[in-house]
Design a protein. Structure first.
Length: 195
């Protein structure tokens, strides 16, 4: 093997780890959420994560890269562990602790994501946005006439409201004002059009 062939082979091996991470993240994004409910459309980890990170980037004044990464990939371990329903976590704290330990192990090993680097404020943003995104999804489902999400929606609202004073203010504003209503089809408001 020549030096150039060796360097080419090494470059391929060096890229194997990032390629496997990309494949794993793509597979993680396809995991179905809410598997204990009936609903219309898809609700995947990918959609949930995209919506959550989008919300963070709009509402947080200056999110750290650690917070963005942790929020983006916080459910990626579900590819291997499944999506443990929130009521199971609430009713069985020992199950929740064991699941979170396994989840954090998978996140560190597979993706290099370490939740322990987050500040207390970052943790509130992550937890709050994670819950709020689900609440917003439920409101969208209810707006489309899907009453089967009413019970998980009520439980999520109760959980969110119990920590009302802890959440960053922008999250509470969205919680109290977001309604399931499609925006206008107008591309730009009239005042922004240069006519």
């Amino acid at each position: 093997m020549t030096g150039e062939e060796f360097r080419a082979a090494f470059a391929i091996l060096e890229m194997a780890v990032p390629v496997q991470k990309v494949r794993a993240l793509r597979e993680s994004g396809a995991v179905k959420r809410g598997h204990t409910m009936s609903f219309g459309g898809d609700y995947t980890v990918g959609k949930h994560s995209y919506d959550a990170v989008s919300m963070l980037l709009v509402l947080h004044p200056a999110p750290s890269l650690d917070l963005i990464r942790c929020l983006m990939w916080h459910d990626a371990a579900e590819r291997w562990l499944g999506d443990l329903p929130a009521p199971a976590k609430w009713q069985f704290p020992e199950l929740k602790a064991a699941y979170e330990e396994a989840e954090n192990t998978v996140l560190r090993a597979r993706y290099g994501v370490d939740m322990s680097v987050l500040t207390d404020d970052d943790r509130l943003w992550l937890e709050g946005i994670d819950r709020l995104e689900f609440i917003m999804w439920c409101r969208d489902q209810l707006g489309q006439g899907n009453e089967t999400v009413a019970s998980p929606y009520a439980a999520a609202q109760d959980s969110f409201e119990k920590k009302r004073t802890a959440w960053p203010h922008p999250l509470w504003v969205v919680y109290t004002t977001y309604r399931a209503k499609r925006l206008s089809e107008e591309i730009l408001p009239d005042e922004q059009l240069d006519r």
